[in-house]
Structures are given as structure tokens and as C-alpha cells.
Ligand binder design. Structure first.
Ligand code: MN
Length: 500
């Protein structure tokens, strides 16, 4: 799934130690990269790009990384001492994500045989600090991973960063199509689309719903029926739903037609995400919620009510977590359930929850929905799996984007016989009182991208690469400390532009 991507491995050294050292550094680097690739723990192939011994070589390597479409990031490691002024021009050039791997070829010191030559050749403890200084001095974002290159924990940290770097590359080429505008008067889903493109990479376009209606009108009866057959095959449903000529069947049929139309438009425009607005649905007979549910499961970003920031974040979540298995969704905070330490928030939307998070086989049902278009409406109904995950949102603070991440625990919901929509029920960490208070103080949305597979580390790497603010609400959060962080960040982001 990340087969088209590469991460480059660049080893730092200098020529002070002679030709034998150059040969040894190169041989060690080759062996390490081979070992990393053969570990089976890295989702992206590592390509050794040689040892760099001078400013010219460093700059050339980083310029090449910038210009190579397959290269999604660079790993650097200083085998010997590599005077860091040599790295200044190269680092000024580098626009791809950077990971500094503080490792060493040999795992342990060879106590009995170690001499001065060995120490000069194997001085990462020395060289990586020199390199780290200049990266910090230049205020360059990067991830630092410390550990022996064969250590599964160090490899796991590299794997996280690789998935994030891949999603970052994906976002730099992301078109988000908005059918309709923001829902009128809603503040939190709006924001600066120019700044978003400069900072986060993706491009947001408006698309008249009439364009989508042209696709809708052009979908053939045969193509629609083929999609309807897929629904009946993949999902539980009442047998009566298959009865042609009934209103319920017609609603399923029209939903299938909407899905075919949406997918065609997204494919032809190359869009990776889309938003809808239930106040602006053209000639649709019902909200195309079933289509949104299924397109999310395919990896298309989705945001309701014109929420392009969450649509982009969902796409990024899906992209990062490909093949990890437990699933992700766009979700919306709806209703609270106060129950002591188990107090929780019901997550749903009118319809648009991704079936990847379903615990049981989703059921295809048709019920009346009065919001937007008052109509019988097809949808997939299910509840989410139990388990831990992360919920995240990005808000526009006026002078910066803020990523807010909350660790949550999904718990079993009681049956909701009168609410036939997909839903999740979660306890925010550390508990509802602190978790929700911190989220509200941070200005977080009622929309989130949610994942069972991702951890805070993924979002930390994402915020680092993007250079945006990140606030984490987890088991350690207390309101007084969180408020301090909010105040400190206000000052930091005011001063930051003056520093960099
Ligand atoms: Mn909403």
C-alpha cells in the first residue's frame, strides 16, 4: 500500500579518518539499511543514499530528495563526527520530513578490543549531538529516534513516522471538493483555506451541487442495480427491502445511484475528500449518507456541513492506518450520558459514520430523516467496536492551526431502538469531566477524525512535520496544567514567527 514510496537514508561522516573509515562507514550503512528493510516492521522501503562527507554532498543529497516524487522523507545518522556547519545549506534546502536516527552499528562496546581507531569510527554519541545542535539551532522540525537499529522498539518509532510521512505526502496532493458551502453561521468548521494549503498542503475547491446532479442523472439503471446488488450482498437487511416498487427499495436504489455518481465525480476530478451540506443538496431525494459512509470506508475524506478540515484529517487518518485493521471514522459529538466514572459521549451523525469501525455486520435500513431533506433515507446501522482510540480535530485559531487530540475508550452502547443510525459511545480520557472540559477550553470542534489504530505518537509526528500546535488530552491531563499550556502556547505562537 506504500509501495510507491521510499525513505532515504543518509549517513553523515567526514574524510578526517581516512579511506578505510569511509569504506567501513559505507559497509555498515548498507548492512543497517538492509537489516531495517528485512525487519518486516517498516511499512516503507528504506533506500541508502550514501555517506555524505562535505557540504556539497549534503546539499546535493537533500536537493535530490526534494525533487524525487517517491521520496517521502529522509533519515539521517552520523556514523562518525560530521561538523554541522556542513549541514546548514542542505538543511535550508530540505523540504521533506526529517527523522534523525541516533543509533550505532555495534550494539555494545567491544570492551576487550576497543581502541582509538574503533572509537573514532563509531562515535554516533558525539556526531549525532553535533548534528542535533544545528537542526535545533535552525528550528527545523524533525523526529528524533534513539535506539539500536535492530531494536524492535526503535524500528516501531520509525514505522510510525513513515506512515505519517506517507500521509503527509498524500496530503500535499490532496484535492477536497465541497458540495455547498459551510453550514451557515457555524464557526468551528470554518477557517482559512489559503493558510491551510500553505501549511497543511491540501487544496479546497467549491463544486456546485448541480455538477454532481449531472453525474447523478447520467448513471444508468444497470450500474445502479449492480450497486444495489452489492448492498444486499454485503449487508444484513430485511427481505422486504428487496421488493422492487416499494418506497424503501426506491430509496436504496436512489442511494446507490448517488454513490455511483459521487464516486465517478471524485475519480474524474482526482479528489481525495469531499464535504456535503444538508441545506444544499440539489435535486437529491434524500441525504446521500449511505454513499458517504461507503466512500469513507474506501478512504475518501468526508466532513459534514462543509467541514473541509475534518474531511482532510479523516483522509489522513485513513491513509496513515492502511492495513492496520481496526478502523477509523468521521464522528460527531452528540449526546452526553452521565454515569459516574463511566460517563460517556454518544458519537453519531445524522447518518455519516464509517462502517470500518462497526463491531457487527452493518444493517441496511430505510427510515425517515427530517433534517435537510425530510424523507425516508437509506443508511447503514451499527455500533462501534469496544476499545481504545484517538479522536482529533484541527481548529483555526486565527494566527495558527491547532491540532487537539483526545485519547478515548469506546464502550458498549445500550440498544437504541428509536435511533436507527450508526454510533459509537466513548469515555474521553482521563474522564468526561476533565476530558470534555479540556477539549472545550482548547476550542475543539464537535466533529472529529477517530481511529482505533493510531496513537498519540502518530499525531505528534504529524504536528511536528506540519509545524502546527498540538494539544493532547490523555490520562495525565489536569485542568490547571492544561490551562497553563494554553496560556504558554499563546505566547509561543506570537513569538514563534519572530524567531524563525
Ligand atoms: Mn455536524
Amino acid at each position: 500500500m506504500f509501495d510507491n514510496y521510499e525513505v532515504w537514508f543518509v549517513t553523515g561522516a567526514q574524510l578526517l579518518y581516512g579511506g578505510d573509515a569511509v569504506i567501513a562507514v559505507d559497509a555498515h550503512s548498507n548492512e543497517m539499511v538492509k537489516g531495517l528493510n528485512e525487519s518486516g516492521r517498516l511499512p516503507v522501503k528504506v533506500v541508502y543514499k550514501g555517506t555524505v562527507n562535505s557540504a556539497k554532498e549534503i546539499t546535493a543529497a537533500f536537493k535530490a530528495a526534494n525533487n524525487d516524487a517517491k521520496c517521502i522523507g529522509v533519515i539521517t545518522w552520523m556514523h562518525t563526527f560530521s561538523p554541522a556547519k556542513m549541514w546548514i545549506h542542505g538543511l535550508q534546502e530540505l523540504h521533506k520530513p526529517l527523522l534523525h536516527f541516533h543509533t550505532q552499528f555495534n550494539k555494545e562496546i567491544p570492551w576487550e578490543t576497543m581502541d582509538m581507531d574503533f572509537m573514532n569510527l563509531n562515535q554516533s554519541a558525539h556526531g549525532d549531538r553535533e548534528f542535533g545542535h544545528i537542526v535545533t539551532r535552525m528550528r527545523k522540525p524533525r523526529k528524533v529516534v534513539v535506539g539500536h537499529w535492530q531494536d524492535p522498539q526503535a524500528q516501531a518509532k520509525i514505522a510510525v513516522w513513515m506512515r505519517v510521512a506517507a500521509a503527509w505526502a498524500d496530503a500535499q496532493d490532496m484535492l477536497i471538493v465541497r458540495f455547498g458551502d459551510q453550514m451557515n453561521n457555524v464557526a468551528v468548521t470554518d477557517g482559512d483555506k489559503v493558510e491551510a494549503e500553505m501549511r497543511l498542503g491540501y487544496h479546497v475547491d467549491y463544486m456546485p451541487v448541480n455538477n454532481l446532479m449531472k453525474y447523478y442523472d447520467a448513471v444508468s439503471d444497470a450500474d445502479t442495480k449492480e450497486m444495489v446488488a452489492v448492498y444486499f450482498k454485503e449487508y444484513d437487511h430485511d427481505a422486504a427491502l428487496e421488493q422492487e416498487g416499494t418506497e424503501a427499495y426506491q430509496k436504496v436504489y436512489n442511494s446507490a445511484k448517488a454513490e455511483v455518481a459521487l464516486r465517478r465525480l471524485l475519480t474524474e476530478t482526482g479528489a481525495k475528500a469531499f464535504t456535503t451540506n444538508f441545506d444544499d443538496l440539489g435535486e437529491f431525494d434524500q441525504i446521500p449518507g449511505l454513499a458517504s459512509q461507503r466512500l469513507m470506508a474506501e478512504g475518501y475524506g468526508f466532513g459534514a456541513e462543509g467541514d473541509w478540515k475534518t474531511a482532510a484529517l479523516y483522509r489522513t487518518f485513513w491513509f496513515m492506518s492502511q492495513g492496520m485493521g481496526k478502523g477509523c471514522s468521521f464522528l460527531e459529538d452528540y449526546t452526553l450520558n452521565f454515569d459516574g466514572a463511566r460517563s460517556a459521549i454518544l458519537q453519531a451523525h445524522m447518518l455519516e459514520v464509517c462502517p470500518l469501525i462497526a463491531e457487527q455486520k452493518p444493517k441496511l435500513e430505510v427510515h425517515r430523516l427530517s433534517i435537510g431533506i425530510d424523507s425516508e433515507t437509506a443508511r447503514l446501522v451499527f455500533t462501534s467496536k469496544p476499545g481504545e482510540g484517538v479522536a482529533a480535530t484541527i481548529v483555526d485559531m486565527g494566527n495558527r492551526f491547532r491540532l487537539i487530540v483526545n485519547k478515548v475508550e469506546c464502550i458498549a452502547s445500550k440498544p437504541l431502538p428509536q435511533l436507527p443510525v450508526a454510533s459509537a459511545l466513548w469515555i474521553p480520557q482521563p474522564n468526561l469531566e476533565v476530558g470534555a472540559a479540556a477539549w472545550i477550553l482548547a476550542g475543539g470542534t464537535h466533529h472529529t477524525a477517530f481511529s482505533y489504530d493510531l496513537t498519540v505518537e502518530y499525531l505528534e509526528d504529524y504536528a511536528e512535520i506540519a509545524g502546527i500546535e498540538m494539544l493532547v488530552i490523555d490520562e495525565h491531563t489536569t485542568i490547571p496544567e492544561f490551562k497553563k499550556e494554553l496560556r504558554m502556547n499563546e505566547i509561543y505562537y506570537l513569538l514563534n514567527k519572530a524567531l524563525v
